[in-house]
Ligand binder design. Structure first.
Ligand code: GDP
Length: 499
């Protein structure tokens, strides 16, 4: 039974133009229905295509038919346990293995979900301990969380292979291709098959799509390998990347994706808004902070400061941030503090700073505090990144959402935390360059003639480690020359993004 709050009249707006199903109670997950109320209409011009909507409804029924708790699921787990490789019925699975920070995880989940939709697989999330604290279930009447068997049985279960899997495994696609367990046809027509020794597909395979992955792992983005993967009942996905642009470059998926997303620069915008709904606790933190600090402003400017190198001098990062904000005139200010103090000529802007440190916030407040009517705000300063800490992740998630509610964004290059915010917002941020990891100080390795920030070409996240290999041609290609809707990212030289 659904526990609707009767007075709430659900309209097409609440359901994001048909992106969301109405098959959820409002009380269980307020953010599903309240989200739209916090976003400007300027981005609602990105409407989901009817084809995308149809695919989502189809996926929901697959998740329900084959998900945990069903007879089909029990059978599939039993067959995995006993090493059977046949696909029985139409239930095949894609398990996303969680690792890295929350932004990375959200981009990887969105990409895995799209791959599951394209290949008619059920997506299950091995979300770590706190996935249930962060997100509501996205699919009605089922769960997307991979059930963890009790400790002892887990130890003996094939799913225990997820534990401690660090990207290297003999059961990975890349390894099978490299060792010849999967063979390429001699005729050179790109056909691949299971080698005579194994002949049949294995019961499960790992897909390794993480930065620094090898040539053979990258063959995932080839049509022939995709046909073969379709025969494997369970796939375990190890990735920290937004690999969606790579799927657009994979021949069997290109046409389908173009039909689902006529607007290429709004893929994460739709996937993120479809999949991620903060739980009531997180949503309460987001909306109460918003109402106390940001709602009154005419315009909200979000500054996301993410510093990757410990030895980077903060002053240099601050100078970069401030010169970006000034140079691009992102925060119009009154010239005299007295004018602002008596409220006569203030700009009506509010500034939201997110960072692990409070130092940047304090400096920005010194600079702008008296000169913007809406004030300068920072919701938290966690000091450092923490692992397996639900409260920490909940704060991180609420800050991504608060940033996404801004009208203007400045983000730190390379940061997936910023990508999630810009993607949900549908905003093209101003992106600050990051010094290379090997640089001893910020200036080293940065071209002094570079501007402090550049405008991103779209709201899409950047795919940091794409494969340049053209499987049909058998050679590397210039990825930004293949199709007009894929370009290089402003922040990551070898990265690509949809525009
Ligand atoms: P990335 O490392 O910038 O690509 O982003 P991730 O989200 O993958 O990992 C960074 C993690 O550090 C986040 O998930 C948070 O746990 C933490 N973090 C980084 N910046 C902030 C911030 O501005 N606010 C909060 N609350 N946490 C942050």
């Amino acid at each position: 039974p659904r526990d609707w709050d009767p007075p709430f009249n659900i309209t097409g707006d609440h359901l994001l133009d048909g992106l969301l199903t109405a098959d959820f109670s409002r009380k269980s997950c307020r953010s599903r229905y309240e989200f739209a109320g916090y976003y400007n209409n300027n981005s609602s011009s990105h409407k989901p295509s009817p084809y995308l909507i149809a695919k989502l409804r189809k996926q929901e029924s697959l998740q329900k038919r084959c998900g945990p708790g069903t007879a089909a699921y029990k059978n599939a787990v039993r067959r995995l346990d006993s090493g059977e490789s046949v696909v029985n019925g139409d239930c095949r699975y894609l398990v996303y293995i969680s690792y890295r920070g929350l932004g990375n995880r959200m981009l990887a989940i969105a990409s895995s979900f799209l791959y599951a939709v394209l290949t008619d697989r059920v997506l299950l999330i091995d979300g770590g301990k706190d996935a249930g604290d962060l997100f509501c279930e996205p699919f009605p009447e089922t769960t997307w969380l991979l059930p963890r068997p009790g400790w002892l049985s887990f130890f003996f279960s094939p799913l225990s292979r997820l534990q401690g899997y660090l990207g290297g495994s003999k059961e990975s696609l890349g390894n099978l291709l490299q060792t010849g367990a999967v063979t390429m046809s001699a005729s050179g027509d790109g056909n691949v098959s299971w080698s005579p020794a194994s002949r049949s597909p294995p019961p499960y395979l790992y897909i390794h799509l993480s930065g620094g992955y090898g040539f053979h792992d990258k063959l995932f983005f080839c049509g022939a390998q995709q046909r073969l993967l379709g025969e494997v009942p369970w796939l375990f996905m190890w990735t920290d990347n937004y690999f969606v642009p790579g799927l657009f470059l994979t021949p069997p998926f290109t046409g389908e994706l173009e039909a689902m997303f006529p607007e290429k620069g709004a893929v994460f915008y739709h996937l993120g808004r479809y999949l991620f709904h903060p739980t009531n606790a997180v949503w309460h933190a987001v909306t109460s902070y918003y109402h106390s600090n940001l709602a009154g402003a005419r315009r909200r400017v979000g500054l996301q400061v993410r510093v990757f190198q410990k030895k980077q001098p903060p002053q240099v990062v601050l100078d970069q941030l401030l010169s970006c904000v000034r140079g691009e005139k992102l925060v119009p200010v009154t010239e005299t503090t007295t004018a602002a103090a008596n409220g006569s000529a203030s700009s009506g802007d509010a500034v939201l700073v997110t960072s692990l440190s409070s130092w940047y916030y304090e400096r920005v407040r010194e600079e702008y505090g008296g000169r913007v009517a809406g004030g300068v705000h920072q919701p938290s300063h966690e000091g450092r990144q923490r692992w397996r800490d639900a409260a920490h992740d909940m704060r991180a998630l609420s800050e991504m959402y608060l940033l996404s509610m801004c009208d203007v964004l400045v983000t730190s290059g390379y940061s997936t935390f910023g990508y999630v915010a810009q993607g949900l917002a549908g905003l093209r941020p101003w992106v600050m360059a990051r010094a290379p990891m090997w640089a001893d100080d910020w200036r080293e390795g940065l071209d002094p003639s570079e501007p402090p920030c550049r405008r991103a070409a779209s709201a899409e996240p950047c795919f940091h480690s794409p494969s340049a290999y053209d499987c049909a041609a058998g050679r590397d290609v210039e990825l930004d020359k293949v199709t007009p809707y894929i370009r290089r990212c402003v922040d990551v030289k070898c990265g690509i993004k949809l525009v």
